[in-house]
Design a protein around this ligand. Structure first.
Ligand code: PEP
Ligand code: MN
Length: 362
């Protein structure tokens, strides 16, 4: 039986890779062999996929377990799959899967977790527990404790980000501080990062590097033989080539000089700034769209573009509002002078029926 603590000691970071879901025996064997050659240590593949809509692909089920174990044997790699209820667990154990993982949608449900944990009593198999979809460290910790109480010794956590109502740069927001909090509560628990489900796209280098800088113990990354044709999570799976390139670019530091807790807070602040900057650009673009409508209106009604009294009113109301919000008068005046200038330009473009020239349209 695999001892993940031993595995982690030998292979830090532990590299888990493979497709979102197992889609066929040959494809899986091929990708497993390629991943092994690329340096991955554990093959991941889902047999049952928790999809939001019933018409979405839900995985090939128990028969995919055979493909997964066979691919592991051919590539000489331990294999892991997701189980979401006691029946899945039974099937996975029967098929000889080496490591189980618990998905984010299962971790939220203590009843299911308890049933899975009970079905594993007396079984010596490693269980990796993904964070729940909602940002709740105690729920994550509770799930891990239920497995520990059932006698599971080889436990690890997988940080895959948290869903949020606001649209943002990530499919699932990282909230690094929560993962670091779990590590503080359970210092011996290995922590793996799943940048694929955090990002929701293939641009996972930054998140992967942050995880390594925060001294995570491993990375679980989705890699598919033909991502564009993948039956689940097509947007976020890497090709083997992209995976190899990523591994080459990532820097594994011996020890981070900075305290991971402080570093995680800084990273969360930066994520927030990125999101706010995104919002600023969206709002500015909406404002300029209105300016263009006004340009058309003024043109149709023969009204001059520049209305000095309107500009004075904007400056005085916006600087007063700025002062109420701890923004200096000078900053607001400069900012709105710039915005006004751009608005006039956009209005003029409408009056002259031209597109505004951006460097892209040049
Ligand atoms: C997966 O790993 O493919 C998966 C479904 O993950 P999560 O539970 O993190 O959404
Ligand atoms: Mn997936």
């Amino acid at each position: 039986m695999i001892n993940i603590y031993q595995l982690l000691k030998e292979k830090k970071p532990l590299l888990i890779a493979g497709p979102c879901s197992a889609e066929g025996d040959e494809e899986l064997v091929n990708i497993a062999i390629q991943l092994k050659m690329a340096g991955a240590h554990v093959l991941r593949a889902g047999a049952w996929k928790p999809r939001s809509r019933p018409e979405n692909f839900g995985g090939f089920g128990a028969k995919a377990l055979q493909w997964i174990t066979m691919a592991g044997q051919k590539a000489e790699m331990p294999v892991m799959t997701e189980v979401a209820c006691a029946e899945h667990t039974e099937e996975a154990l029967k098929a000889g899967i080496d490591i189980l993982w618990i998905g984010a949608r299962t971790t939220v449900n203590p009843f299911l977790i308890q049933q899975i944990a009970d079905s594993l009593r007396g079984v010596n198999i490693p269980v990796f527990v993904k964070n729940p979809v909602n940002p709740d460290v105690s729920l994550w910790q509770g799930a891990i404790e239920r497995f520990a109480n059932a006698g599971i010794k080889n436990l690890a956590a997988i940080h895959r980000g948290f869903s949020s109502y606001e649209s943002n740069a990530y499919r699932n927001k990282p909230y690094w501080e929560l993962a670091i909090e779990l590590r503080n509560r359970m210092p011996d628990l290995p922590m793996i990062c799943d940048p694929s489900h955090i990002c929701g796209n293939t641009d996972i280098k930054k998140i992967s590097q942050t995880a390594l800088d925060l001294q995570y113990d491993g990375l679980m990354i989705e890699v598919h033989h033909n991502p564009a044709k993948a039956l689940s999570d097509a947007q976020q799976q890497l090709t083997v080539h992209q995976y190899m390139q990523l591994l080459e670019e990532l820097i594994v530091r011996q020890a981070t000089p900075q305290d991971p807790v402080e570093l995680s807070k800084l990273q969360d602040f930066r994520d927030r700034i990125d999101e706010l900057d995104d919002e600023i650009i969206n709002v500015l673009s909406k404002r300029m769209e209105i300016a263009r409508f006004i340009g058309t209106y003024k043109s149709e009604n023969n009204i001059a573009i520049l209305q000095p009294e309107r500009f004075r009113e904007i400056l005085s109301t916006r600087s007063a509002k700025g002062l109420e919000n701890q923004l200096t008068r000078d900053f607001i005046l400069n900012l709105f002078a710039l915005i006004h200038k751009e608005s006039i330009l956009q209005q003029e473009s409408r009056m002259n029926k031209q597109e505004v020239k951006t460097s892209k349209s040049k």
